[in-house]
Design a protein around this ligand. Structure first.
Ligand code: SAM
Ligand code: SF4
Length: 336
């Protein structure tokens, strides 16, 4: 067996990878207008990692010192038997934090089970509190069901819940205050995410819909004075957080365009097809599925491949809003 140094996952820019986002499916029950086109083609099932392969990859990262795994997709909670994977992940001894990002559609029935199996943090997407608009933005979503899911999550006692909202100009920028107050009422955090040019969509022009974090910060401060917060978890995440005097809920801004946070990047992503992506905004990647399915497969081979992959982690992303996106993969492929 190869002995790995504790610093095995440090890249050329001295950033330590401590966090992996695992996409467990590229499929979804929604078709959010900024994430997918209406008519999406998904990967054939045989190309998607099995639950056993996903667990093997997670074990490799944890063995290499990763302390935090976030399951995402697509919609992770529509993957068949996802709870069995979550149960196994929850039993990994040195995994400090198991988190999940979801559109909330299945939480009304799964929130308590997820908590019991060891998921401690949830990000739940919610872009509108108006049923018709919610349906338009998600194309298939049912607002009442998602709100029931958020309430179930609140009652299940997760350590942290954060609402994620993508704000599009002229669509839901009139709901920023309502969304903040919704989060405050439930004592959960909220983060506003700038729309990223991932995948070619035809529903709207991303150059016109783009709403910067600075604009949203202005809207909120006109109603509530905001105090900036440091990073209490030391998690070096991309969100800049604030708080109002009246509530403990944090209000975050994730600004891939206006605030480049690449120098703090501590994460990598694995797509549902087993592609290890070293950066959200670049195509540098390594095919872990090929390793897993090779004739001479063994666990050390997988770990060595992961260690070697860090030599190609790019220094930073360069998003722009030109007509042709530089990154052709959609966010559901990448795993948000
Ligand atoms: N289906 C789950 C959900 O919606 O939370 C998890 C996957 S989704 C790809 C993860 C996050 O990415 C969501 O919060 C979603 O709003 C965000 N997202 C998707 N496409 C985006 C884009 N083009 N720009 C910015 N955020 C995006
Ligand atoms: Fe599905 Fe999440 Fe993408 Fe919406 S953002 S289409 S819920 S994967």
């Amino acid at each position: 067996m190869t002995d790995y140094l504790p610093n095995a996952l440090i890249d050329r820019f001295q950033r330590r990878v401590e966090y992996v986002r695992l996409s467990v499916t590229d499929r979804c029950d929604f078709r959010c207008v900024y994430c997918m086109s209406e008519d999406m083609h998904f990967a054939p099932k045989s190309d998607v990692l099995s639950l056993e392969e996903l667990l093997e990859i997670a074990r490799a990262f944890v063995d290499l010192g990763v302390g935090k795994i976030r399951l995402t997709g697509g919609e992770p909670l529509i993957r068949t038997n996802i709870l069995s994977l979550i149960k196994s992940l929850g039993q990994l001894k040195t995994l400090e934090q198991l988190a999940l990002t979801t559109n909330g559609s299945q939480l009304h029935r799964l929130a308590h089970k997820l908590r019991a199996l060891g998921v401690s943090r949830l990000n739940i997407s919610l872009d509108s509190l108006q049923a018709r608009k919610f349906r338009q933005l998600t194309r298939h979503g049912n607002l009442d069901q998602v709100i029931a899911g958020i309430d179930a999550a609140v009652s299940a006692g997760f350590k942290q819940i954060r609402i994620n909202a993508v704000i599009l100009k002229g669509r839901n920028d009139d709901e920023v205050i309502d969304l903040v107050e919704f989060a405050q009422t439930r004592r959960v955090d909220i983060a506003f995410i700038e729309e990223m040019p991932l995948g070619l969509i035809d529903e709207h022009d991303r150059r016109l819909s783009f709403c910067s974090s600075e604009e949203l910060l202005n809207i909120i401060t006109q109603r509530y004075p905001l105090s900036p917060l440091g990073d209490p978890n030391g998690s070096a995440g991309p969100a800049r957080y604030y708080r109002t005097d009246a509530s403990r809920s944090r209000i975050g801004f994730i600004s891939p365009h206006s605030n480049n946070f690449c120098h703090l990047c501590n994460r990598v992503r694995v797509t549902a097809e087993g592609r290890l992506l070293l950066c959200l905004g670049n195509e540098h990647s390594v095919d872990l599925r090929a390793v897993l399915r090779s004739d001479n497969y063994h666990f050390d081979l997988l770990k060595n491949t992961i260690v070697d992959s860090l030599t190609i982690k790019p220094e930073r992303h360069h998003f722009d809003l030109s007509e042709t996106p530089q990154i052709v993969r959609f966010m559901n492929t990448t795993g948000g």
